[in-house]
Ligand binder design. Structure first.
Ligand SMILES: NC(=O)c1ccc[n+]([C@@H]2O[C@H](COP(=O)([O-])OP(=O)(O)OC[C@H]3O[C@@H](n4cnc5c(N)ncnc54)[C@H](OP(=O)(O)O)[C@@H]3O)[C@@H](O)[C@H]2O)c1
Length: 254
């Protein structure tokens, strides 16, 4: 990726949740390189600071987006700093291996809180600002938002939910000129698997199995997903809304 500032998003203001790692980190950097002011959000300061050190256009904000009042505070922080908000990238999310036999109410609630409720409340808080500037929301789903995932059904269900929110909000907000789209990545290098609590050997086996199943023969790089998030957030993408763009090396076709 070039360090050159493309200016496509010059002076736009974006919020990226989960900006300390993986797809969120790559997205924050790509948006800043395109000229945007970016508020990078996550719970841990250190990884966020590392992202912010990559580009002066990125400012780090530590927040747990599932905490009461946090979505409003995150949006307010961007508006207080830059006076506007043009793009909300709902990227933070978690996965969970949880077969039906092991289903646990607390884990189901936790997945819903992070993958569905927090993006909803962030979008709600952002709405007046997005309406004012004809801004945009980009949600991050997964290939498994629209195909079954045995052993991790609740993760897939939360991503199916974000896809339906994307389509419904797109219609609800079209008259205001606010576009809502989603990117649905396939298996991409990130901290997600390591953070799942699975042993290293199992993680390595999952990665190998995934690569073997992906028609293009490998897992994705976060930058390969981030590029499409930036395209969808670009104000020049004036006539696309309500779409779920799958970026997965062809996995969806298998
Ligand atoms: N990687 C893949 O293979 C893949 C495939 C399909 C979809 N996705 C989706 O892509 C998105 C990004 O995932 P990733 O793979 O890049 O994973 P990741 O590296 O684990 O990133 C998730 C980020 O979310 C942040 N986060 C988690 N809980 C949070 C909370 N309560 N409040 C604020 N921030 C929180 C984490 O930072 P802190 O821990 O510091 O809070 C972390 O930076 C997720 O929605 C994921 O479901 C990923």
């Amino acid at each position: 990726m070039t360090d050159q500032h493309t200016g496509r998003l010059k002076d736009q203001v974006a919020i990226v949740t989960g900006a300390g790692s993986g797809i969120g980190r790559a997205t924050a950097i790509a948006l800043a390189r395109a000229g945007a002011h970016v508020l990078g959000v996550g719970r841990r300061a250190e990884p966020l600071d590392r992202t912010a050190a990559e580009h002066p256009g990125i400012v780090a904000l530590t927040a747990d987006i599932t905490a009461g009042g946090a979505p409003q505070a995150v949006v307010q922080a961007a508006v207080d700093r830059w006076g506007r908000l043009d793009a909300l990238v709902n990227n933070a999310g978690a996965t969970a291996v949880m077969p039906l036999a092991d289903t646990d109410a607390e884990r189901v609630a936790g997945l819903l809180a992070l993958n569905v409720t927090a993006p909803s409340l962030l979008a709600h808080a952002a709405l007046p600002h997005l309406r004012a500037g004809r801004g945009t929301i980009v949600n991050v789903s997964s290939t498994f938002g629209h195909r079954p995932l045995p052993g991790a059904a609740h993760y897939a269900a939360t991503k199916a939910a974000i896809e339906q929110l994307t389509r419904s909000w797109a219609l609800e907000l079209a008259a205001d000129g606010v576009r809502v789209n989603a990117v649905a990545p396939g298996p991409t290098e990130s901290e997600a698997l390591a953070a799942s609590g699975l042993p290293d050997t199992v993680v390595e086996q999952i990665k190998q199995d995934e690569s073997a199943r992906i028609p293009l023969g490998r897992r994705g790089a976060p930058e390969e997903v981030a590029a499409w998030i930036v395209h969808l957030a670009d104000p020049a993408a004036t006539w696309i809304t309500g779409q779920i763009l799958t970026v997965d090396g062809g996995l969806e076709l298998t």
